[in-house]
Ligand binder design. Structure first.
Ligand SMILES: [Zn+2]
Length: 427
């Protein structure tokens, strides 16, 4: 079952629980016998978003197996003082709004108990008689549970969804407890934007980290055989992994990262041009040399065809200051232009860094997660959330969305419909 089917099943189970009649409850859940009778009941006082309610729970006795059982409710979570809506809204506050555990607890307490912030919102309201004591540690426990559910959902999560052929990868560094540094590695389908379950690794330079990432993606449903291309920055570990294990997969160097790597070489060449000059003249010459080289580089990097790029490369080699840069670029030449080949259609020229904006907005740089395991669970949870969440419908001044108003799952051809990420996590 993939993640949407699991969500549907969970939603269906809640629905049928809510529709159970007195007659349905007559059947013993242990042995299936209907030879049962009502056996008293007890009262519970769970908190809902609009306050505390009294709920009576009916018990039954089974004459066949001599066991007793009590009726369940879709609105409640067995053994919890807080209704399902409270737990789901806590996870959503933290995940969608990016609030801290402490503030999530505070705002939910305010809603439930008509206390704290509620009194700011309602200037004439009075202190409630009964206070709600939801704590940040309880919210943390719920989130931890959600994270474990996300972890358990990795196998088969995207089975049969998307059929990715071109991927983009990137890493985001996080500082954890005790000066420990870890990197969250991400693998995204370049066409649909579907995220495969991320991995927390010790570094980008080891082949093993990338192997972990691809192995987990494979477990989640990625078919390695049909892969065609991967976009990444110059991380050695990934290149080694691709060469050794996915020899048929082409590597596209991220153009943005390459520009950044070339920048010091450009400066050096420009200084060379200005050698022996000083003052205004030196500055002018430096600027002009840099502009000339940049124009030539653009012609290579942004070429519309291999032939155009070849011509531009020759021009760069011919430039009195361009030889060193041309030699450097020649090494990456093929890997800069993979995206032009029809077979690799969909492959991006740059690594998918824009996902980290969404990640950081919600999970910060990772400091709050403190340990590897917690960061791992948070990243897995976020990836599921991200796949379900529609992109903003409206473009902003600086940000445009490739598929406005659509979720990655929808773009991949499997619209989740009624199913939310919370259902998918079985909460
Ligand atoms: Zn029974």
């Amino acid at each position: 079952m993939n993640i949407i089917e699991r969500g549907k099943t969970h939603l269906q189970s809640l629905y049928s629980l809510s529709k159970r009649t007195a007659w349905d409850w007559k059947r013993c859940p242990t042995c299936g016998s209907s030879h049962t009778c009502c056996w008293g009941g007890y009262k519970r006082h769970p908190w809902f978003l609009d306050g505390r309610h009294e709920v009576r729970v009916q018990r039954h006795l089974c004459h066949n197996c001599d066991g007793t059982y009590s009726e369940g409710s879709a609105l409640l979570v067995r053994g919890s003082w807080y209704a399902r809506e409270v737990q789901r809204s806590a996870v959503d506050h933290w995940q969608h709004l990016g609030t801290s555990l402490r503030r999530t607890a505070e705002v939910l307490r305010s809603w439930m108990g008509r206390q704290e912030r509620w009194l700011l919102w309602h200037p004439l309201a009075e202190e409630p008689n009964e206070r709600c004591y939801l704590s940040a540690s309880t919210v943390h426990r719920w989130l931890d549970h959600a994270g474990k559910q996300a972890q358990a959902s990795v196998a088969g999560q995207l089975q049969g969804i998307g059929r990715a052929q071109t991927l983009g990868t990137d890493g985001l560094w996080a500082k954890l407890k005790g000066q420990v540094q870890r990197v969250v590695l991400l693998l995204a389908d370049s066409v649909s934007g579907l995220l495969y379950p991320p991995v927390v690794a010790e570094g980008e330079e080891s082949e093993r980290s990338w192997q972990q990432l691809f192995a987990q993606a494979q477990q989640a449903g990625l078919v390695l055989k049909t892969l065609r291309g991967v976009t990444s920055d110059g991380a050695q570990g990934l290149q080694a992994y691709l060469r050794r294990h996915l020899a048929w997969v082409q590597h596209q160097r991220c153009v943005w990262h390459l520009w950044r790597n070339l920048s010091p070489h450009l400066s050096r060449a420009a200084s060379q041009a200005a050698a022996g000059l000083n003052g205004e003249a030196a500055e002018q010459t430096r600027k002009q040399a840099r502009a000339e080289l940049t124009t030539l580089l653009h012609k290579i990097m942004d070429a519309q065809s291999y032939d155009q790029a070849e011509v531009a490369l020759a021009a760069l080699q011919g430039h009195p200051l361009g030889t060193a840069i041309a030699t450097l670029l020649n090494e990456h030449f093929d890997r800069v232009l993979v995206h032009l080949v029809a077979y690799y259609e969909g492959l991006q020229r740059v690594t998918p860094e824009w996902y980290w904006r969404d990640f950081r907005l919600r999970l910060s740089h990772g400091r709050n997660h403190r340990s590897d395991q917690r960061l791992q669970r948070a990243a897995l949870l976020w990836a599921i959330y991200h796949n379900f969440e529609p992109a903003q419908a409206r473009s902003e001044r600086k940000r445009h969305y490739r598929h406005p108003g659509q979720s990655a799952l929808q773009v991949a051809g499997v619209p989740p419909g009624q199913v939310s990420y919370l259902d998918a996590l079985g909460l």
